[in-house]
Write a protein that binds this ligand. Structure first.
Ligand code: UT7
Length: 366
């Protein structure tokens, strides 16, 4: 019997603090007018102290699990995509999320494909589920980009924002869910968008700090040209791979980097802009979180309904790009109380206590 990977829950975590273009114009040589006309962004959210990617990711995952009616204890796989993880190399942010959720059965790992990360993670999770390895997975895109942008560099600091988004995927024999994915890369463009220091190539030193090499560096114009080339192509490719046409697709949810990039994709596909979800005006570019965040809003606004075909398409550093074609399932049971049940909250408290217990046992060597 064929297995399908359905998206049965989705959630977000949005920091409270809003930073407008006007706020930025007081810090660097820019203006609201420049940012709006060149990017479409009006404001972005900035994570508070302690709202690490793992913290935002856990919050988004809990909302998604609650919607999917899947208890954290049943979760089998956690994949986190992040361009600004809690720690630079290890442990994986996914392990921190696994612990915070209280998901003792789950395998957990991160993937690094920059802003395309969520598409890659979705493709990997869907393959595991379709292949029978797992019955469910939580896929998370989560960012603290505000911690890795140079707030003195007007070329980059106006673009990014913090947030997290998550999907729950569950196996079913009912046709639907993630129908096709395409993933691409071109490492010859690695230095078009990168964070130069802090890795094995250029470890942290007084010099790297003095030269501000621990912040994002970007050739905006080149990334823009690359993005306008690949967005329409990847969309077309994933639709064809599923044996469908663009006419069959209700909605396209693109990576939210720049309104002009999305407009170029719409022109390339000869589709009206109304078929695209755009919310970057309020959040800026939230990298791996941008697609699940836009999806969340589209579902809330009923622009996305059960049975609809939707394309997720993204691009990012690497260079990487990719797309996923999904038959939208919708929540397993629609009328759900907003508040998570008390039993869930008690369970998480208990899971935290158990984690302390494991730490204590390791410390005592028993
Ligand atoms: O997830 C992937 C992440 N990255 C992206 O998606 C970035 C893709 N690229 C872009 O979105 C656009 O290239 C930008 C928004 C970054 C820049 O827009 P542009 O229309 O390509 O501008 P530009 O790079 O051609 O720069 C035009 C001018 C430059 O001045 P000069 O050299 O012409 O005198 C920049 O220095 O605009 C200047 N500029 C700014 N001016 C005011 C750059 N940033 C700013 C700013 N405010 N914030």
């Amino acid at each position: 019997m064929a297995r399908y990977a359905h998206i049965t829950g989705w959630g977000v975590a949005i920091p409270e603090k809003v930073v407008t273009n006007h706020d930025l114009a007081r810090k660097v040589d820019t203006s609201d007018e420049w940012i709006r006309t060149r990017t479409g962004i009006r404001e972005r959210r900035i994570a508070a102290e302690g709202e690490y990617p793992s913290v935002l990711g856990t919050r988004a995952a809990l909302e998604a699990l609650h919607m999917a009616r899947l208890h954290p204890r049943e979760v089998q796989l956690v994949i986190v995509a992040s361009s600004s993880p809690d720690y630079p190399f290890f442990p994986a942010t996914a392990c921190l999320v696994q612990d915070a959720l209280g998901a003792p059965q789950a395998a957990a790992f991160d993937i690094m494909a920059a802003c395309t990360g969520f598409i890659y993670a979705l493709g990997i999770a869907a393959s595991f589920i379709r292949g029978g390895q797992y019955d469910n997975a939580v896929v998370i895109g989560t960012e603290n980009l505000s911690r890795i942008v140079d707030w003195e560099d007007r070329n980059t600091c106006v673009l990014f924002g913090d947030a997290a988004g998550a999907f729950v995927l569950q196996a079913s024999e009912e046709p639907g869910g993630v129908l096709a994915t395409v993933m691409h890369s071109d490492g010859s463009g690695a230095e078009m968008l990168y964070l130069p220091a802090g890795g094995a190539r250029l470890p942290a030193s007084e010099e790297t700090v003095a030269k501000r090499l621990h912040y994002v560096r970007m050739n905006g114009r080149e990334v823009f040209r690359f993005a306008t080339r690949v967005m329409a192509k990847a969309t077309q490719e994933v639709v064809e791979k599923a044996g469908l046409t663009l006419e069959d697709v209700t909605l396209i949810i693109p990576h939210q980097a720049n309104r002009r990039i999305i407009e170029a994709a719409a022109r390339g596909l000869k589709l009206p802009l109304e078929r695209f979800v755009i919310n970057l005006d309020r959040y800026g570019n939230t990298s791996t979180a941008s697609i699940p965040l836009a999806t969340y809003e589209a579902a809330q606004q009923k622009r996305l309904r059960p049975g609809d075909l939707v394309v997720f398409v993204g691009f990012g550093a690497g260079l990487t790009w990719g797309a996923a074609l999904v038959k939208w399932t919708g929540p397993v049971r629609p009328s759900l109380p907003r508040k998570r049940p008390l039993a869930w909250r008690l369970y998480r408290r208990l899971a935290r206590l158990r984690a302390w217990g494991r730490r204590l046992r390791r410390w005592l060597g028993v």
